[in-house]
Design a protein around this ligand. Structure first.
Ligand code: MSP
Length: 638
């Protein structure tokens, strides 16, 4: 075990939703930092998990007709599978339904009671079930929560309160004394302003919710889901049971969170900890959002990008690289498929992947597949080497500042220099002449060592490809601090041949043909759940008709699409539907469906589609709408 410890956490994710690249972004960033810290010799504890209690989970389970625990179990499986595919090496995955967590939350609550910070009162206010929070008067307009557009409810109930008001001054004092506590700086100012505006006591129990952890000695009340959730950061270390992990790792070095949940982590959590007499985390880092056409990704807008979808035509390293490269740390970033394709093809396939490929082919051809001696460096090589050493020496500072775009940019400057060096000096030409052969080999030896060093330095970001290259050089994976130095690779080391690490990607036709998204910000009409309100006339422009599927067949080379022939009474239409993973052609024939009959035709995987079939979307799974058999084909639906 290393001397210095480093404890990093992600938020624990709700189980009412499937993971999308926003969740993956936080988790990948945390994994990258955890890997860098391990590489730099730290004893790292990396925590992630799921937030399984509360009204949202209760509702989502009810909608699916299953118990909340079952919903949580299913979603956790999705997370675990996805994290494994993306190479997330967490130390612990905490679930708030674990007994160890429940014990911790109840013990924590008792602590706050013992400190005199909990009292019983009556709470009345606007409650947003979507956000699981009472919302201030100023954030409600026309019965809707202005932050999220969802309907609020007036709620009055007995509730336990936490004396948050008591912590206003101590918190201000703490922020003043620890400006590094909230990062980046803009977030710090946001939180300070919020606290300076005045803190009211916080309702920390609910009678309206059943799915949660009961208040000790008063089981009619369930502990507020945020108090429950935040405690995960210590429950996972076995705080309730005197586990040595707690002593070893708490306080956390950093809670990495999205800017949406800053207040919970920078105001409520430290106040709870102060009350409980426990040390405060060293830092909360609130990163920006990934947007799609300028809107935050959300299920209701239907603009979610799922990592699984990207994995169908690219690789885990590509997702990691792209998200980290574009890392919107203090601002938001927009995701586009085209941007993704251009970036990973240019940087991973061309610059880095090709360099490895060219180099290893030349080693095989000109050096008997072994690493040549690289001890004789000329002036240009000495400069590159010392620049590279400079880059290595700055890694930790970049990591501590989450300055991954800078770290990466400089790494790629070196990759490009090595590419330039090979192009300019043409070792394949030098090899032809006996007098310059040694020079060519020295050059290849130099490039191999330089590329090995860069690879160790970017391994935390792209561990799959970088790890494969290091293995081909007979280097240990994971690498350690000793490998972050020049001159590690012994001359004569055999270099195994291997496949291209980053083949260029093509966007699947389904993606390329996707209708361009209109930025929601350009729409001024009132909105509900982020969707634009339309008037009846606009709705009536949609020609919805009952149709009967008379033929259904797969489309070659497409896993998702089926080609359907639909009888609309007066005519037959060919419709391409993305339902192949869920419906077999034979179960579709004879079925009546609702068709959008005046949709502009589109070509999908080379097949024309002359309409669209309506289906309910449950986490990406389509359920075709049923129409009673006696309804004639062609009937209008409205
Ligand atoms: N369960 C709470 C957190 C409790 S932590 C004690 C929660 N869960 S969540 O499932 O909604 O996840 C929120 C987090 O997911 C954000 O804080 C952020 O880290 C990540 N993201 C979700 N959508 C995102 C984007 N569109 N862009 C970037 N990150 C986003 O809140």
């Amino acid at each position: 075990m290393g001397e210095k410890t480093f404890y990093i956490t992600t938020p624990i994710y709700y189980v009412n939703d499937l993971p999308h690249i926003g969740h993956a972004f936080t988790t990948i960033l945390a994994d990258v930092t955890a890997r860098y810290k391990r590489l730099l010799g730290y004893d790292v504890f990396f925590l992630t998990g799921t937030d399984e209690h509360g009204q949202k989970a209760e509702r989502a389970a009810r909608q699916r007709g299953i118990p909340p625990q079952e919903l949580a179990d299913r979603v956790v499986e999705n997370y675990a599978r996805l994290w494994a595919r993306l190479g997330i090496q967490y130390s612990r995955f905490i679930r708030t339904t674990e007994p160890v967590h429940r014990r911790a939350v109840q013990k924590f609550f008792r602590r706050l009671v013992d400190r005199g910070d909990i009292y019983k009162g009556v709470y009345e206010g606007w409650y947003c079930p979507g956000c699981e929070a009472f919302v201030p008067e100023g954030s409600v307009a026309d019965g809707l929560h202005t932050d999220c557009g969802r309907a609020v409810e007036r709620l009055q109930e007995d509730s336990y309160f936490f004396r948050l008001s008591r912590y206003q001054e101590p918190l201000r004092e703490y922020y003043r004394a620890h400006p590094e506590f909230i990062q980046p700086e803009a977030r710090y100012n946001e939180v300070v302003r919020f606290v300076e505006a005045g803190l009211k006591d916080l309702s920390v129990s609910r009678r309206t919710v059943r799915w949660g952890i009961p208040v000790p000695d008063d089981p009619d009340h369930v502990i507020y889901v945020w108090l429950d959730a935040l405690t995960n950061y210590i429950s996972a270390l076995g705080w309730a049971d005197g586990d040595p992990l707690y002593e070893r790792y708490w306080p956390a070095d950093v809670h990495l969170v999205g800017k949406d949940i800053l207040r919970f982590h920078c105001v409520y959590w430290p106040a709870f900890l102060m009350s409980a007499g426990l040390p405060l985390p060293r830092q909360v880092f609130g990163h920006g959002w990934w947007l799609r056409a300028q809107s935050k990704m959300s299920k209701s807008l239907g603009n979610i990008i799922s990592p699984e979808e990207l994995l169908e035509f690219s690789s885990p390293d590509m997702i990691r690289y792209y998200l980290v490269r574009e890392a919107p740390l203090d601002v938001d970033s927009d995701f586009s498929y085209e941007g993704y394709q251009t970036r990973v093809n240019a940087d991973l396939a061309n610059d880095y992947g090709n360099l490895i490929h060219r180099l290893t082919s030349m080693l095989a051809r000109f050096c008997e597949g072994r690493v040549p001696d690289s001890s004789r460096l000329d002036g240009e090589m000495v400069t590159i080497r010392s620049d590279l050493e400079g880059w290595v020496s700055r890694l930790e500072a970049w990591v501590d500042r989450w300055a991954y775009p800078e770290l990466r940019r400089e790494a790629w400057v070196h990759v490009q220099r090595l590419n330039g060096l090979l192009a300019r000096r043409e070792p394949w030409r030098l090899m032809r002449d006996a007098s310059t052969r040694v020079e060519a080999q020295a050059l290849l030896g130099f490039v191999t060592e330089a590329l090995r060093l860069i690879t160790v330095g970017v391994w935390p970001v792209i561990p799959f490809g970088a790890g494969a290259f290091l293995e081909r050089l007979r280097q240990p994976v994971p690498p350690s601090r000793d490998h972050l130095a020049w001159g590690v690779l012994p001359p004569g080391t055999p270099v195994a041949p291997g496949p291209e690490l980053y083949p260029r990607i093509e966007l699947p036709e389904e993606v390329r043909l996707e209708a361009p998204l209109v930025p929601a910000s350009s729409v001024t009409s009132p909105s509900r759940e982020g969707l634009t309100m339309i008037d009846l006339q606009t709705f009536m422009q949609v020609d919805l008709r009952v149709g009967e599927i008379v033929a259904a067949e797969p489309i070659e080379k497409s896993k998702k699409l089926l080609k359907l022939t639909v009888d609309l009474g007066s005519e037959r239409r060919q419709v391409v539907a993305g339902i192949a993973q869920y419906y077999r052609p034979e179960e579709l024939r004879g079925r009546k469906v609702v068709v959008v009959a005046n949709l502009e035709p589109a070509v999908l995987m080379g097949t024309e589609s002359q309409g669209m079939i309506l289906a309910a979307d449950v986490d990406g799974r389509p359920y075709l709408l049923e129409v009673p058999a006696e309804v004639p084909n062609g009937s209008r639906v409205r």
